[in-house]
Design a protein around this ligand. Structure first.
Ligand SMILES: Nc1ncnc2[nH]cnc12
Ligand SMILES: [Zn+2]
Length: 320
């Protein structure tokens, strides 16, 4: 089934085989003996325990070639999963702070993404995320570095460790990105409380909420999200693996749909969470009994919630 993927961290598509290939050619020592040992570490207690491994593993990405191969590998898998359009997050600070220039990241990704329509039948956009746990000052410095490249970006987002790092502190940097004409999104309500979702909407002015699952705890917030048709980019397998929900069968996604929210299904960090985007769709069918009609509506929502132009949206919806 054709779909768009709107919540996908390119660094979260780094499969263990590519970790070892990059480590070998870049001379990086890894604290794991082999691919199997690394894969055995993919058991998480919460978001932070995942982020620790995620930032460690991406330390092997050093050259343009690494970023190009990373994006190519994602696109090849995404095509198999029915993805026609992907709005892709990357974490500039996670690379620049290790001495990898922003240009290496952008040029490497672009070398892959610029020819994705012809090679994979997938259109793409890039969204640069600020790491909220590194604070608003570093986010503004990152924006200053990104600003000369705004033509290569479609939006900015906010990710990394959520609890204790509310969105409102990032109002100035989001205001700058808005002035530059970029779209705005933010992770909120993954582990953090509903109040962080209110702040993302009212202080940052985001157009989509990434995760947003804790909105279910606040009826007024649900009404607001439904009224404005503000999309949520929900990542079911991620929520289970990071223990944001006890199990997929107990995920309150059906209640979000029933409350009239524009819910989309996404994979977040598929190399780590046991499945790419269609694997998430299949899991909803298996564990929550979603019928094909509901899955089709969720796929349609992914096009409705995307940042493509109207004629492109109509064309993509026509494929369903
Ligand atoms: N699920 C997630 N939440 C917050 N930050 C992230 N960075 C990569 N994946 C993330
Ligand atoms: Zn995410």
């Amino acid at each position: 089934m054709p779909k768009a993927e709107l919540h996908l961290h390119i660094e979260g598509t780094l499969e263990p085989e590519l970790v070892f290939a990059c480590a070998r050619r870049n001379g990086v020592q890894l604290p794991f003996a082999d691919v199997e040992e690394l894969r055995r570490r993919y058991v998480f207690d919460d978001l932070q325990s995942f982020l620790d491994l995620y930032y460690l593993a991406m330390g092997v990405l050093r050259t343009e070639r690494d970023f190009t191969e990373l994006a190519d590998a994602y696109l090849a898998r995404a095509r198999e999963q029915g993805v026609r359009h992907a709005e892709i997050f990357f974490d500039p600070q996670a690379h620049v702070s290790r001495g990898v220039p922003l240009e290496v990241v952008l040029d490497g990704l672009e070398a892959s993404l610029s020819t994705a329509p012809e090679r994979f039948g997938i259109s793409t956009r890039l969204i640069a995320c600020f790491l909220r746990d590194r604070g608003p000052r570093e986010a503004m410095e990152t924006w200053e570095a990104l600003e000369p490249h705004t033509a290569r970006l479609h939006g900015v987002g906010l990710d990394s460790a959520e609890v204790g790092h509310p969105p409102d502190a990032f109002e100035p940097v989001f205001a700058r990105a808005r002035q530059a004409g970029l779209h705005l999104v933010a992770h909120a309500g993954e582990e953090g409380p509903p109040d962080y979702i209110w702040q993302a909407l009212d202080v940052l002015g985001v157009e989509r909420v990434d995760h947003g699952i804790r909105a279910i705890e606040d009826p007024a917030l649900l009404a607001r999200l439904a009224r404005d048709r503000t999309p949520l980019t929900v990542c079911p397998l991620s929520n289970v693996r990071l223990r944001c929900v006890p199990s997929l069968a107990e995920h309150r996604l059906p209640e979000l749909v029933d409350a009239g929210l524009l819910v989309t299904i996404n994979s977040d960090d598929p190399a780590y969470f046991g499945g790419y985007v269609d694997d998430n769709f299949q899991a909803l069918k298996r564990e929550l009994g979603f019928g094909d009609d509901v899955l089709r509506e969720l796929a349609a929502n992914s096009f409705r919630a995307s940042f493509v132009e109207e004629d492109e949206r109509a064309r993509l919806l026509g494929e369903l």
